[in-house]
Design a protein around this ligand. Sequence first.
Ligand SMILES: Cc1cc2nc3c(=O)[nH]c(=O)nc-3n(C[C@H](O)[C@H](O)[C@H](O)COP(=O)(O)OP(=O)(O)OC[C@H]3O[C@@H](n4cnc5c(N)ncnc54)[C@H](O)[C@@H]3O)c2cc1C
Length: 438
Amino acid sequence: MSSTAQKTQNIQQSHLTTQNLSSNDTTALPVKHHQIVIVGGGAAGITVAAQLLKRDRALDVAIIEPSDKHYYQPGWTLVGGGIAPISKFIRDEKAVIPKGATWIQNRVTKLEPDRNIVITQEGEIEYDYLVVCPGIQIDWHLIKGLKEALGKNGVTSNYSKDYAPYTWETIKNFKGGNAIFTHPATPIKCGGAPQKVMYLADDIFKSNKVDATVMFCTAGASMFSVPEYSASLDKVVARRQIVTKFKHNLKEIKADTQEAIFAVTTDSGTEEVSLHYDMIHVAPPMSAPDFIKHSPLAGAGGWVDVDKETLQHTRYANVFALGDASSLPTSKTAAAARKQAPVAVHNLLALIRSKPLSAKYDGYTCCPLITGYNSAIMAEFAYGGKLAPSFPLDPTQERYSMYLAKARVLPWLYWNRMLKGKGFEADILKPINKLVRR
Ligand SMILES: Cc1cc2nc3c(=O)[nH]c(=O)nc-3n(C[C@H](O)[C@H](O)[C@H](O)COP(=O)(O)OP(=O)(O)OC[C@H]3O[C@@H](n4cnc5c(N)ncnc54)[C@H](O)[C@@H]3O)c2cc1C
């Protein structure tokens, strides 16, 4: 018997044992049982739940999500740039929970996949199948002095709903001097967000005739992970006369002296460099949530260890993961989660029905790189940095149409199509693209 078949049989046996137990000894049972438990009701979790229930209304799907609000995080860049108020990107969680799903408003503290159990603050929940998507953890504490400094005296970050409005306050009231924008050494959600806000800020500084030195201090060695898009961004920073400082990893904020301390990697090792700031936008380090890191589901780096094509866990056959918390080696975005969701759903249903796991994820992700108030590069790519444009246009170019897509169309699509489990719009464009490219 293959290991997957063996694991599937274990799942079935474990479920049978529970059913048998329930008629004899209910005290020994976990508090609740659901056929499919989804950990995290964010972009990925709600999309998966909606698609599962669209495919089969009879499924017993529970979503464990502690927050009573749902956030459209890509909108936080627009908030930081004064394009929209934060209220536009917040909805009640109950309004996005798909009809037919059970919402367990709680936080998972521990995963016990050998027992098919998740432990929440209020008890145990047993599952037959588990989908893990609790997002990424923001490690504010890893930058000394940051937590205390945030939200005042020009220290801000769009990576929190609490500070994105302050980013706009800071930008519009900036009186001049050094405006620093950082990018950390860890994987982050939306790899372009640390610099999108910088281009918006630069536009405002110029229109306010403020004498600003804008600096992009990144722990990386280039502007972006995909060379074609990176080359376009090189032109953007050159045109704007933005100072780029590569291999600069922010370590500390000294708020009293307005200094940002970087660990700078050089050919001879690492040296400490202090830069004065008059405002600083910090993209903090991030990692897998601690309860994932410390669980048997974690693989290298602490992420949920899944097959990069099927999204099935590499050791626990009844577990799938997607979104920011997964090990999928692609850029972490809501757009990526959108393309991962149908693969997870297809393969999970195939597993339930004892069919082969035939759906495959190609690593698609998309980062709409806003390069100013009227332009964006729609950076779509798949595994290996392969360009994957949805439109029959050169994707490396800055376009007004792509700015409109980012600022106006994508938020609407998120609330009205993605979270409702509807299909990926660009798939409709595929046949047209093929014809145009001939
Ligand atoms: C400033 C910014 C700009 C961005 N720009 C873009 C963009 O332009 N395009 C794009 O596609 N993406 C963008 N993103 C990234 C995008 O928002 C994420 O990649 C996406 O939300 C990931 O979906 P997810 O479901 O994995 O995680 P999330 O959407 O973060 O959802 C995770 C959910 O899990 C819940 N959770 C956490 N811990 C637990 C627990 N212990 N138990 C139960 N539930 C838990 C959380 O409350 C949350 O609701 C941006 C993000 C930010 C912050």
